[in-house]
Design a protein around this ligand. Structure first.
Ligand SMILES: N[C@@H](CCC[C@H](N)C(=O)O)C(=O)O
Length: 276
């Protein structure tokens, strides 16, 4: 059987995208891992799957798998690629697209310049929603890691994130702390780990060690979570430029129950087929 796919990227966070409307493949963690392998497979951080809507008022269902084969509920850079994919593949002619993920509904808008704006929804700050094992909601949590206690912020953007403030992201101990925090007992569903350097109230630098994928060139939901946490720490304004190794995102959040808005690029790298 031959599967048609697109290879896409948003700020270097790269994806294999498949359409499960006009073709069908039974996805298993083993198959996803074999495709994600950068030496023996196609190579990607996440697999994005386009499915037919299950409800009225929804255009598509959007499923996400990490490189390690785990299925997750959110991918911000992926959402921008998803919007470009369904239009390029002529699955819709709409420029405003409503998609349903396992964690809720997302609204994607393709701008005139080709960038995509995503309504990422309201951040979840309650520990149960993140999920994080903590007695009460707080803007800062102390986590014991390797004979040290780290102070982190935590939020759900549909997926779990924790964020550490660092002086310089280039020298941040991402390779050691990233995996330790990713699978720390305090985060029962594991966590994406952001290292944020605040440059000014409207500009941060960020590196993210992603759950199930390791360090990526950019993490859209991680950029949103970092902005939310930086604003809760009163270090950031409502509109912030988040600079990641792969490029920049514009993130807006007015606080409270307002949604987080993310704008950035998305691009098809090539289209291909693979036999399974
Ligand atoms: N790269 C993504 C996030 C992908 C999922 C994440 N690794 C998780 O496990 O939650 C983004 O751009 O948001």
């Amino acid at each position: 059987m031959v599967i048609h796919f697109s290879k896409m990227q948003g700020l270097g966070n790269d994806f294999m995208v498949i359409d499960q409307i006009t073709q069908y493949v039974r996805l298993t963690p083993e198959l996803v891992r074999s495709w994600s392998d950068r030496h023996f497979g196609i190579g990607f951080d996440q697999l994005l799957v386009v499915e037919a809507p299950k409800k009225p008022d929804i255009d598509f269902c959007y499923r996400i798998f990490n490189a390690d084969g785990s299925e997750v509920n959110q991918c911000g850079n992926g959402a921008r690629c998803f919007a470009r994919y369904v239009v390029e593949k002529q699955l819709t002619a709409k420029r405003k697209i409503t998609v349903e993920t396992n964690s809720g509904v997302m609204y994607l808008t393709i701008e005139k310049d080709g960038q995509v704006t995503v309504n990422m929804g309201t951040p979840g700050l309650n520990p149960d929603r993140i999920p994080l094992l903590a007695d009460a909601q707080s803007t800062q949590y102390n986590i014991a890691v390797a004979n040290d206690v780290l102070t982190v912020g935590a939020a759900s953007m549909g997926n779990p994130h924790c964020v550490l403030l660092v002086e310089d992201i280039d020298s941040a101990p991402l390779e050691t702390l990233g995996p330790m925090l990713e699978s720390h007992d305090a985060f029962p569903e594991r966590v994406n780990v952001g290292f944020m350097q605040v440059i000014s109230r409207s500009h941060v630098r960020l590196r993210v060690y992603e759950r199930g994928a390791g360090e990526t060139m950019a993490c859209g939901s991680g950029a949103c979570a970092a902005m939310v946490i930086g604003k809760l720490w009163n270090m950031l304004d409502s509109q912030v430029r988040v600079e990641l190794p792969g490029g920049e995102l514009d993130i807006q959040w007015k606080g409270g129950d307002n949604p987080v808005w993310m704008t950035g690029p998305a691009e098809t790298v090539y289209q291909g087929t693979i036999r399974i």
